[in-house]
Design a protein around this ligand. Sequence first.
Ligand code: AMP
Ligand code: GLY
Length: 423
Amino acid sequence: MNVLVIGSGGREHTFAWKLSQSKQINKLFVAPGNAGTANIGTNLTINISDFRAIKNAVIGNAIDMVVVGPEAPLVDGIHDFFLADEDLKNIPVIGPQKRAATLEGSKEFAKEFMQRHKIPTAQYKAFTSETVEEGFRFLESMSPPYVLKADGLAAGKGVVILNNLEEAQKELEEMLLRSKFGEASHTVVIEEFLQGIELSCFVLTDGDNYQILPFAKDYKRIGEGDTGLNTGGMGAVSPVPFVDGAFRRKIEEQIVQPTVEGLKKDGMPYKGFIFIGLIKVEDQPKVIEYNVRMGDPETEVVLPRIKNDLLEVFQAVATQKLNSLVLEIDPRTAVTVMVVSGGYPGSYQKGVEITGLENVKNATLFHAGTLTREGKVVTNGGRVIALTSLGDTMHEALQKAYNDATLVHFKGKYFRKDIGFDL
Ligand code: AMP
Ligand code: GLY
C-alpha cells in the first residue's frame, strides 16, 4: 500500500517511522514532512490546508490511505472532502469528519457533548459578547482560580487561568469584546478549576469499536519543575504509573465508553484517534479536553510501545474491524525528551545547523522541527528533535535519552532535565 501522512512534526515522523516497518507498506509519503521523514519516505511540498493540492498528490502518487496528524485539516473537513469526491471517496482517511472534529474545534461543543452523555468534567458556562455582563456575575459567583477558555482553536494559547477576580473579568472582556484570540474567543467557556494530576488517554476508534492505547503523561511547561510558559510539550512518559487497574476501569467505563457511544448516538462517524486530556481529582478521572488526533510528544512514547503492524491497525479502523484486533503492548517504559530552540516558546531563530545526529545510538531520534538545506540539517521550529528510549525502569529509559540528548548540537539548544520528575 502507498500511504500519505499529513503533517511535519515529531508526531508525524513517529507515524512514518512506525508505518515504514509495516510488511504491507509500498511507498510512504509525508506532506510536508521534515528532514527526518525524508530519510524514510518521500516528502511532498504541499500546503496541508490546500485540499485540492492534497487530492492531486493522492491521485498522482496512487496513494491508498491518508493519515492526518494535526487537528487543523480535520477541523477544516479534510475527511468530508475525501468522502464527497468521486475519485477519493474510497481512500480511507484516518481522522474524524468535520462535525466530530468540533470536539477539539469548539470547547463549548465539547462541553455540551460531555453534559449530554454524562461524562465527568468541570462545571461550566459559556458566554458571548452579548452576555458579557452575565459572565462577570458568573465569575463573581465562583471562587478562584478562574479558568477562561477561548472556544475555538488558538494554537494552545486559548486557556487562561487567573487568581484574581478583577483580572479574570478584564480577561473575559479582552476575549469577548476585544477579540484577544480573534474568532476563537467569540465565545468563552468559564469553568470550575480542577485540582489534580493530568494524564493523556488515547483511544483509537472505527466508529463502532475502540481500542485504548497506552496512557502517557506530557510535560507542557518550558521550565523544570513545571514552571514558566506553556509549550507544545517538552517530553513525555508512558505508561503512567498511577494508572492502576481500578483507575483504568473508571476511565474506560465513565469516559471512553460514553464518548464512543455518544459519538454514535449523535450521528458523528469517527475513524481515528481520540485524545482525551484527563485530570485525576482525588480518585476520579475528569475530562479537561478532547483532541481529535494523537498528542505530540505523546505519540513518540505511545507508538514505540505498540508492537502491532500499524498499517494493519489502520486497516482495521478503515474496515471497522477494530474489535478483532489484539493490541500487543511493550511492557517497558518509554520516555521522550524534546530538544528545543533557545527562546522557545517565545521567539527563536530558525535555520540553525544541527550536528551530531549520527552519534545518537541508544535512543530513537524523531525530527520535530527540521529541514534539509544544502545537504545540512537545520532547525525549522521551536521543538527541534525528540529522543525516545525504552527501559525496564523509567530511570533507565531516561538515562539513555538524556545521554543522547547531549550528543546533538545546535546553537541555543535547550531541553528539560527533569522529565518524569513527579512520578
Ligand atoms: P486545554 O487547552 O483545555 O487542555 O487547557 C490547557 C491546560 O490548562 C490544561 O492542560 C490544564 O493544565 C489547564 N486546565 C484546563 N482546564 C482546567 C480546569 N478546569 N482546571 C484546572 N486546570 C485546567
Ligand atoms: N502534547 C499535547 C498536545 O499534543 O496537544
